[in-house]
Design a binder for this molecule. Structure first.
Ligand SMILES: *Cc1c(COP(=O)(O)O)cnc(C)c1O
Length: 402
């Protein structure tokens, strides 16, 4: 007999949470953890935000799901609000980030096809990217460890190393349909793409009639203090994938597109059973009620700056543990001189939850509702973890010398 009935796909920490409130998570035995990862940017408004709980429970008593073969006023409302906050004219609702990316990829390919350019189906992608775990999105992310052993890689993704204009130019071929990029790489290690590079991609797409796709599953929906990360940069895509924060913890994703970019996605070309169901739409609208309220995003900017400055001070104080702070708004990362696993474990000893990323980075992406006092408390705990790690390092060196 095995100890678990689950697939062994996750290396799970041995802590189980039973309830949550705001940025706090509690185990069955009443241990409280300060949650500075928010389900990896999912619980954008913290755990059990009263407005979200009310919206979900009210909807649960009315209607959960009807087929997408019927009119969808509940989807129209959220779609309209999302387009009003963005460049987009059209929205397709999904249940996850990878599905939003699948829709984005299909939308770009189909746009080229419908323009009479069926040979254009390839997307230029970037080293360090993460776009999800479906067969197409692992090919788009291009990370060998996620692709290995799953049969032939889905065709049509050309990975470029670094945010390098010459390499992108060299990667454009007559088969290129568009360019897919995260404005801030999340899993890749909180790596913001230089604004000038995004502007270059925009110009290139305009010149060659390519579609520019932004994956804002992690960096979007207020995380940077802008509704969408690219709005802080001033470069607009044709297609955008959203998920994570947009549902505040309820499974919800969305593919946003301009009228023109979406024009190939005609009746019958794409579909979903659950996507856009009543429960998801109710929660999505409730999330927007809060995020779009006057002053909310400005407060995120201020809190992000405060946390970033405090993390920068910790880098100065603990150069043997931390190397640099990076990121924007409340999507911040500390590049570490220890492994992310060691740092995350040391933080957990201080009852603080953070999550590792590529490039030796530990990410901090708390709920956007985190208070100043909670940021102060987080920094106290991160500092305590850094001291413990620093001492362990010294003890280790002494041990090695002895
Ligand atoms: C999490 C993530 C995804 C995948 O989202 P899922 O909901 O896990 O499918 C895609 N892109 C980015 C940038 C992400 O952070």
């Amino acid at each position: 007999m095995t100890e678990t009935s689950l697939f062994s796909t996750f290396a799970r920490a041995d802590i189980a949470f039973e309830r949550g409130e705001g940025v706090w998570l509690e185990t069955a035995s009443g241990e409280r953890y300060l949650d500075m990862m928010a389900g990896i940017a999912v619980n954008a408004l913290g755990h059990c935000h009263p407005h979200l709980v009310a919206a979900l429970t009210e909807q649960a008593g009315k209607l959960w799901h009807v087929s997408n073969v019927f009119a969808a006023p509940h989807q129209e409302r959220l779609a309209r609000r999302l387009t009003e906050t963005s460049f987009a004219d059209r929205v397709f609702f999904t249940n996850s980030g990878a599905e939003a990316l699948e829709c984005a990829i299909k939308t770009a390919r189909r746009r080229q096809w419908s323009k009479g350019r069926p040979e254009r189906f390839r997307l230029i992608t970037f080293e360090g990217a993460f776009h999800g775990r479906t067969l197409a999105t692992i090919a788009a992310g291009g990370q060998e460890k996620y692709i290995e052993g799953f049969g032939p890689k889905v065709e049509g993704f050309d990975k470029v190393d670094g945010f390098d204009e010459a390499k992108v130019l060299a990667a454009v071929t007559p088969e290129t349909a568009g360019i897919l990029i995260e404005p801030i790489q999340g899993e890749g290690g909180v790596r913001p793409v230089p604004p000038s590079f995004l502007a270059f991609l925009r110009r290139l797409c305009d010149e060659h009639e390519l579609l520019l796709i932004f994956d804002e599953v992690q960096c979007g929906l207020g995380r940077t203090g802008h509704m969408w990360a690219h709005q802080g940069v001033g470069v607009t895509p044709d297609i955008l994938a959203s998920a994570k924060g947009v549902g505040g913890g309820f499974p919800l994703g969305a593919c946003l597109a301009t009228e023109d970019a979406a024009s190939g996605m005609t009746a019958g070309t794409h579909g979903t059973t659950y996507g856009g169901n009543q429960l998801a739409m109710a929660v999505g609208n409730a999330v927007l009620d809060v995020v779009l309220a006057d002053g909310f995003l400005d407060a995120v900017k201020v809190k992000g700056l405060k946390l970033k400055q405090k993390l920068a001070a910790l880098v100065d104080l603990h150069p043997a543990v931390f190397e640099e702070v990076r990121g924007d708004g409340l999507l911040l990362g500390l590049k570490c001189r220890k492994t992310p696993a060691e740092v995350v474990a040391a933080l957990r000893d201080q009852k603080l939850l953070a999550v590792g990323a590529g490039d030796n980075v530990v990410r901090f992406l708390p709920a956007l509702t985190v208070s100043d006092a909670e940021i102060d408390e987080a920094v106290v705990r991160i500092e305590a973890a850094a001291r413990a790690l620093g001492q362990a390092g010294v003890a280790g060196e002494k041990g090695a010398a002895a």
